[in-house]
Design a protein around this ligand. Sequence first.
Ligand SMILES: [Zn+2]
Length: 397
Amino acid sequence: MALESHKTNPALNMERAFSDNIQNALSLMYLAKMGQKGNHKKERYGLPAFNVTTVSSINAAFTAFEMLGSSGLLAFSNSALKHFGQGDPIYGLEFVSEYIARLAKKTKIKVATHLDHGDYISDKGRRVVQAAVQMLSSVMADNSTDHLAKASTAIEDNIGLTREVVNMAHPLGVSVEGELGVLAGEEDEDTKSEFSTYTNPDELEKFLKETGVLMLAPTIGTMHGPNKGKPGHKVKLNIELAHKLLAIANKIDERICFVIHGASTLYPEIVSYATDILKKNDLNKSLNNNSLEKWQNFVGTDWEQVKELLKTGFVKINTDTENRQTFLASLLGAISKDAAKIDIRYYDTACAEALTQSYLKKLIMAGNYGVWYEPKIDITKFCFDLSKNLKTAIGTN
Ligand SMILES: [Zn+2]
């Protein structure tokens, strides 16, 4: 329940009707935080937010959501929108929002569309955030880091800018994710940082109350990108700090849901699939670019620690790197099987089916299945294996 001091914050308009089967991210996240599936209250589950960058990956995600009856969260970075829009992120937004609205009309699951790392600091970024508020159902107002200046922003500036986004978005029913603290690593060309700072618990209450955000990305030790620390060493998350931050947030408003950025886990089966291909026929030697070494040095976030966070009330798990790795591994596989197939669909289908497998894997790991209806596949028979086509992997062939 909102406190007195919240009165002036614009409430998130839950009456807003989006296009069929589209909801804001917070409403789906709150169900997950409450463990709500259908009419039953079960265990808490997580909502992987898949960063999609191509039409095939949007289709692959929908296939996975529909197989499992999951809540779907599709996230778009600024650079992904530029890719969709042939250089113009606003055109990219128009394209993806219309495309997803069409797909969602045919489905029985619920999905949210989210702007990842919305930059409300630069003029260019601000225009994208303003357009995303009109076209998507959720936006991130990433104002804790000035990515152009490569510096963290002062808390007052972060609060002021984030509050502007909330003022614009909440009356339209669009949920807003704020960020407090700086996350290290490189997500893509527009979002990178060489340093990190933990979220300061002393600042959290002020940030939440003064911005009115109901989704928060704190920094507790995760990193963006495929190299989250030294190979062979687990990145240690600050779980104690996570608990402390959640307790503060829950006191302010129990609907507040936390988001884990840089939570990609590394799939060992994908690494061995890709490295086996690179070793075979001395492909790595002929490529002469250390690809094998790079694959062997990838470090992901430890899933056991992410699971601990899900139990406590973190909900949205930003998931990108392992899907990119799965895509690439499957492309290597398709090429090594036949490098002279003059049909784009052969390679495209192989990669899209691999992405569906990757999405299924993460949704099942997070417990996000059977939310809108019972899964259409037997999840105990699903075997994540890129040497198999999708039908065989889900055990229906
Ligand atoms: Zn991120």
